[in-house]
Write a protein that binds this ligand. Structure first.
Ligand SMILES: *[C@@H]1O[C@H](CO)[C@@H](O)[C@H](O)[C@H]1NC(C)=O
Length: 435
């Protein structure tokens, strides 16, 4: 077990060095050092510090950075063999306003009370290794790409820190569709040079204030707790080989939405990262009737749209009309029903729209569309509406009418010229008078 442990730790270090070019790409991180409340009630304070990160032993002597900001009085030099703190999202291009977040606070090593980590501190000896300054660091990469939590150790009174335990996730916020498999990433690295060995992993779930254990694994005893969430698993071989403690949910359910915490225990030490999972399933829309009868102006029709199988709850249903000329006009939300929830936690909601040509300006009709806007995506369903004897004539119709009127006028004129010659009647009348 111990052998396996050192082998994978070593291979991680090698990978880190070849893959990322060792210290050359490690950042100088600006962090807030959060001082705990002094006893007696004074509130905690915070101070800006620098972490000069490197992966190699000679790094400390080689590089000395001057603080760019005179308010920074402390620069820690950090040795991070696994290069966890050298991730690209923690070193954005210089001049970027988007900076990674970093918080450091002091850490108190202590034996863990949870069952699956109890075997790590079975010997009652308090190791000499623990007599040092211990710090905990929490870092968030830019763009929500990465979250890291580390435990760091410095020989008492010095500013030379060693990363002893790091837990990382690259799935800080995950959105998944219903019934899909979901991978919640959690990788850890523990210092193979540490005098103590063994680890335990615990996954917890939190939603609206209540927490729950999902699974726990005692790495020293190689014992997995009963899986409390059906279909939740870890790849134990990957866990031992690569420190890959990722949680797999085989089939996403609506009830899986919430906060997940990956906790990694080492003897007396603990680091954890949190991530958010949102199961976002867009609605399926159906429109009734599926085809509309030819409608006469003045007549009224009702169309019905049913949105089903969506989660979360928030959905915006609306109607629109696409005229034959391609322009689209909103017709409002229609008459909405309340939400109904199905056995699988998904919701459904309906809307009805009264297509009344006397109150709505529908022109000659067009494509009537029901639109469902949802965090999982926008969905549409359409039906064609054709109106004859429309109340407002189009430009072409008006032109045609003018044309017809002109032709008629011409015809009447023509007829009157041909059959009633002008002047003849007047002449006839005067003739009569003369007689
Ligand atoms: C971690 O293990 C899971 C399950 O085997 C795998 O799908 C995933 O790709 C692994 N992650 C990494 C970074 O290797």
């Amino acid at each position: 077990m111990t052998n396996l442990w050192s082998i994978w730790s070593l291979s991680l270090v090698t990978f880190a060095c070849f893959g990322r070019g060792c210290s050359s790409h490690c950042p100088v991180l600006e962090c807030w050092f959060l001082q705990e409340k002094k006893q007696g009630g004074a509130s905690g304070s915070q101070e800006k510090i620098l972490l000069d990160v490197g992966t190699e032993g000679h790094h400390r002597a080689a590089s000395r950075h001057a603080a760019p900001d005179s308010s920074i009085r402390t620069i820690y030099s950090v040795e991070d063999p696994a290069a966890t703190l050298c991730h690209r999202s923690l070193r954005p291009p210089s001049g970027s306003t988007n900076k990674p977040l970093c918080e450091i606070s002091s850490f108190l090593p202590q034996p863990s009370s949870v069952k699956w980590a109890a075997s790590l501190t079975e010997s009652a000896l308090s190791p000499i290794h623990l007599q040092a300054d211990w710090l905990a660091g929490t870092l968030q990469g830019v763009g929500g790409e990465l979250s890291v939590s580390s435990v760091l150790r410095a020989a008492t009174g010095t500013s030379e820190l060693d990363v002893v335990l790091s837990v990382t996730t690259t799935t800080v916020a995950v959105k998944a569709r219903l019934s899909e498999p979901v991978l919640l990433d959690c990788q850890f690295w523990a210092d193979p040079a540490s005098p103590q060995s063994g680890f335990a992993v615990e996954w917890r779930y939190q939603y609206r204030g209540s927490g729950q254990l999902i699974l726990a694994y005692d790495g020293k005893a190689d014992r997995l707790s009963d899986t409390l969430e059906e279909g939740a698993m870890m790849d134990i071989a990957e866990l031992h080989r690569n420190g890959n403690a990722s949680l797999i949910l085989q089939k996403a359910k609506v009830s899986h939405s919430g906060t997940y915490i990956c906790m990694v225990y080492r003897p007396h030490l603990l680091a954890q990262v949190t991530m958010e999972l949102e199961i976002a399933e867009p609605p399926s829309l159906s429109i009734y009737p599926t085809s509309l009868p030819l409608t006469v102006a003045g007549q009224s029709l009702t169309v019905h749209c049913e949105a089903s199988g969506f989660a979360p709850y928030a959905l915006e249903l609306s109607w629109e009309l696409k005229n034959p000329d391609g322009t689209t006009r909103p017709l409002g939300p229609g008459r909405l029903t309340g939400h109904r929830q199905a056995w699988d936690g998904t919701y459904s909601q309906d809307t009805r729209l009264e297509l009344d040509t006397s109150t709505l300006d529908l022109g000659r009709g067009g494509e009537v569309t029901c639109v469902g806007q949802h965090s999982g995506g926008t969905r549409r369903a359409s039906v064609t509406l054709r109106i004859i004897g429309f109340s407002t004539p189009s430009i072409e119709d008006s032109m045609a009418m003018v044309g017809v009127a002109l032709v008629l006028y011409g015809l009447i004129k023509f007829v009157s010229w041909t059959f009633i010659p002008s002047g003849s009647s007047e002449a006839a009348e005067s003739n009569k008078k003369e007689k």
